[in-house]
Write a protein that binds this ligand. Structure first.
Ligand SMILES: *[C@@H]1O[C@H](CO)[C@@H](O)[C@H](O)[C@H]1NC(C)=O
Ligand SMILES: *[C@@H]1O[C@H](CO)[C@@H](O)[C@H](O)[C@H]1NC(C)=O
Ligand SMILES: *[C@@H]1O[C@H](CO)[C@@H](O)[C@H](O)[C@H]1NC(C)=O
Ligand SMILES: *[C@@H]1O[C@H](CO)[C@@H](O)[C@H](O)[C@H]1NC(C)=O
Ligand SMILES: *[C@@H]1O[C@H](CO)[C@@H](O)[C@H](O)[C@H]1NC(C)=O
Ligand SMILES: *[C@@H]1O[C@H](CO)[C@@H](O)[C@H](O)[C@H]1NC(C)=O
Ligand SMILES: *[C@@H]1O[C@H](CO)[C@@H](O)[C@H](O)[C@H]1NC(C)=O
Ligand SMILES: *[C@@H]1O[C@H](CO)[C@@H](O)[C@H](O)[C@H]1NC(C)=O
Ligand SMILES: *[C@@H]1O[C@H](CO)[C@@H](O)[C@H](O)[C@H]1NC(C)=O
Ligand SMILES: *[C@@H]1O[C@H](CO)[C@@H](O)[C@H](O)[C@H]1NC(C)=O
Length: 558
């Protein structure tokens, strides 16, 4: 990988001693989420000049850097009360012809080494990174350890023409103490060299199209594009931005634990409890069921048996979910950070720090509250080769939402388009439908927040479709938004935020971006014209299904 990075630098022209200009990334994917990964793989297959900027050294977002190589698939059923007709959304979703083939292939490389019960395939995060994802990125251009700092638009303010970024290199000589993300993040966004890192400023110019593939919606903010955040909606499909932008879903620092043969001492918890205290709970499940929930390696043959040397990912609603503070700063504080050139992602560092404490505290609580047989036998895996960090927590927090785009002509994908009667079989077929997805609406609520009643109602979620308009922004013509940053309501995001859906959206966006570059389009919305749309749909089909197959029939049959 080092050799690969140095090859990249040869193509970079120095215009000053410290800023490198890169002018051959026509399609620039900012961020390395699961969607961004899907996008870079389809775009590079179509031979587009594509580059990806990844904030850490693992691409894949929730699959890798957020430490959740236990992907969530739909498992729910929907039943009509009047007739009892039942649609098994989970089994429809798991049919091979409804799956993204590359995603299935990726999961098959390591298989289900954990016999977990949340997912058909759970495997060790580091192996998923090194043995599944890295080989696929072989011929792509990835700028690792790179965050964005500034975006420049054209005179009309509708096109992104330049993105400035900061790439950090770990000093070999650095033997400083281990830092948590809450301590390290400001350093990532500073142009200045530090005790830990040397920095290179990168300036991407000659950009045709940009894919917003960050976990936090940073491109939306830095390009001053319209977005919604958290509960900023009075009702479903509302774009007013009036609501509560400091409330949304909880977020989580995942970590790995291993079961030892005998009780073993651990260093005491070095972190204090989160401000306001923590309230850990098994949520009525036995200790063993939480252990096997997202287990990633075992010698056991089923998902009930706990075995020595088991490796497990902890991502537990009653445990490391941090529910007290919202991850994102308010829009005004966020804009202040941007407008004073102090950009650091627009995120709440206090919340990040408290979430780290919540996670560490949960590890010790779970260990102390084990049945006698397992008491003091679970250890936090702190090795860099497991979670990829010195402290053992994931490189990045696992987020359930980002800032969300407001799409072309105020488009927002809303709940009525993905829910309905079981007898309807599927969600609304948008004229500009591109790919498909399925999952139940799943909101992890925050403690002090009040959720509008329409958000807490039950919605029967059907197998649904993602339209091109959900990948647009009303203000920026050359921006494609993917995954959690899509033009969708808070509720819809709660049902699209899962790994396989995000990957399919990403693969689709890679096609959309490549098509736009190749055909020299001026805006993403131009692709809504039928001549383009039909061709894009055909191209997308090479990568991921565009229709649902239910009982042998394709919906729609195009
Ligand atoms: C822009 O990028 C394209 C494709 O990488 C390249 O052919 C072209 O020369 C570049 N233009 C400028 C002005 O750098
Ligand atoms: C639906 O199932 C329930 C429970 O099995 C039953 O009580 C009810 O009569 C059924 N309704 C119809 C319309 O069949
Ligand atoms: C990368 O691709 C080249 C050429 O296709 C291949 O020879 C090499 O084995 C690949 N490397 C990895 C790590 O897959
Ligand atoms: C951002 O856009 C709004 C309109 O949506 C405009 O009023 C404001 O001046 C813009 N801010 C910047 C920094 O461009
Ligand atoms: C939901 O979306 C559909 C399809 O785009 C649209 O017709 C409808 O007006 C939207 N509903 C709300 C409440 O915005
Ligand atoms: C702690 O969590 C449990 C289970 O979720 C809940 O019943 C209880 O009310 C909570 N206690 C406090 C003090 O928040
Ligand atoms: C995973 O489990 C298998 C089967 O027990 C074992 O051979 C292997 O060493 C384990 N790997 C790790 C990294 O723990
Ligand atoms: C687990 O370790 C703690 C701290 O060393 C000790 O107080 C406790 O008795 C141990 N529990 C068991 C069941 O061994
Ligand atoms: C948003 O929610 C927080 C937490 O519940 C509350 O303190 C605040 O007053 C709410 N703000 C608005 C504008 O409703
Ligand atoms: C699919 O076909 C089976 C057998 O004919 C039937 O029982 C089931 O209700 C059908 N499911 C749907 C969703 O139409």
């Amino acid at each position: 990988m080092l050799a690969f990075i140095s090859i990249l630098f040869i193509t970079i022209h120095s215009i000053s001693s410290s800023i490198h200009t890169i002018d051959d990334c026509q399609l620039l994917i900012v961020g390395g989420t699961t969607s961004a990964l899907g996008a870079v793989l389809s775009a590079s297959k179509l031979n587009t000049h594509v580059c990806l900027l990844e904030p850490t050294d693992w691409v894949g977002g929730q699959l890798t850097a957020e430490l959740l190589s236990a992907p969530d698939f739909a498992f729910h059923t929907v039943t009509d009360k009047d007739t009892n007709f039942t649609l098994n959304v989970g089994s429809i979703d798991q049919q091979l012809n409804n799956q993204n083939p590359l995603f299935s292939e990726m999961l098959n490389v390591l298989g289900d080494t954990g016999r977990c019960w949340v997912s058909p395939k759970c495997s060790i995060p580091e192996l998923f990174h090194s043995q599944v994802i890295l080989p696929l990125l072989n011929k792509t251009r990835i700028f690792y350890n790179t965050v964005i700092k500034h975006i420049k638009k054209d005179v009309n303010g509708r096109r992104i023409i330049q993105i400035d970024a900061i790439q950090r290199t770990l000093r070999q000589s650095s033997s400083e103490r281990c830092r948590f993300l809450s301590e390290e993040l400001p350093d990532w966004y500073s142009e200045k060299d530090s005790t830990w890192f040397t920095k290179t400023q990168l300036s991407f110019t000659n950009i045709s199209f940009v894919i917003e593939g960050t976990s936090w919606g940073e491109v939306l903010v830095l390009s001053n594009a319209s977005y919604l955040q958290g509960l900023m909606e009075k009702f479903d499909g509302d774009t007013s931005g009036i609501g509560n932008s400091t409330c949304g879903q909880s977020f989580t620092f995942d970590f790995l634990e291993q079961l030892q043969e005998k009780p073993i001492d651990e260093p005491p918890n070095q972190l204090p409890p989160p401000v306001g205290g923590a309230n850990y709970s098994f949520l009525n499940l036995p200790w063993e069921r939480i252990w096997t929930y997202r287990r990633v390696n075992t010698s056991a043959l089923d998902s009930y048996t706990v075995a020595v040397n088991d490796l497990t990912i902890q991502n537990w609603g009653g445990g490391n979910d941090y529910r007290r503070e919202f991850f994102f700063l308010s829009p005004s504080d966020t804009e202040h950070q941007r407008d004073t050139n102090q950009w650091q992602g627009g995120v709440n560092l206090d919340a990040i720090q408290n979430a780290e404490r919540q996670a560490y505290g949960y590890h010790y609580w779970y260990r102390q509250n084990a049945p006698t047989k397992w008491a003091n036998r679970t250890v936090l895996v702190r090795s860099v080769s497991a979670a990829g960090t010195c402290h053992g927590l994931a490189k990045m927090p696992y987020l359930r939402e980002a800032r969300r785009s407001i799409g072309f002509e105020n488009f927002l994908m809303n709940i009525t388009t993905i829910s309905g009667h079981a007898r309807d079989l599927h969600g609304h077929i948008f004229y500009d439908h591109l790919c498909i997805g399925a999952y139940d609406a799943d909101i992890h609520s925050m403690i002090q927040c009040t959720y509008p009643s329409y958000m807490t109602q039950y919605y029967p979620i059907l197998p649904y479709y993602i339209p091109l308009r959900a990948m647009t922004n009303r203000d920026i013509d050359n921006l494609i938004v993917v995954g959690k940053t899509m033009a969708q309501t808070f509720l819809v995001n709660s049902a699209t935020r899962l790994h396989p859906v995000e990957f399919s959206i990403g693969q689709t966006a890679g096609v959309v971006g490549s098509y736009a570059v190749e055909n020299k389009l001026t805006s993403v919305s131009e692709m809504l014209k039928e001549e383009h749309l039909k061709r894009v749909q055909t191209l997308v089909r090479q990568f991921t299904p565009t229709s649902w197959t239910i009982n042998g029939t394709r919906y729609p049959d195009d």
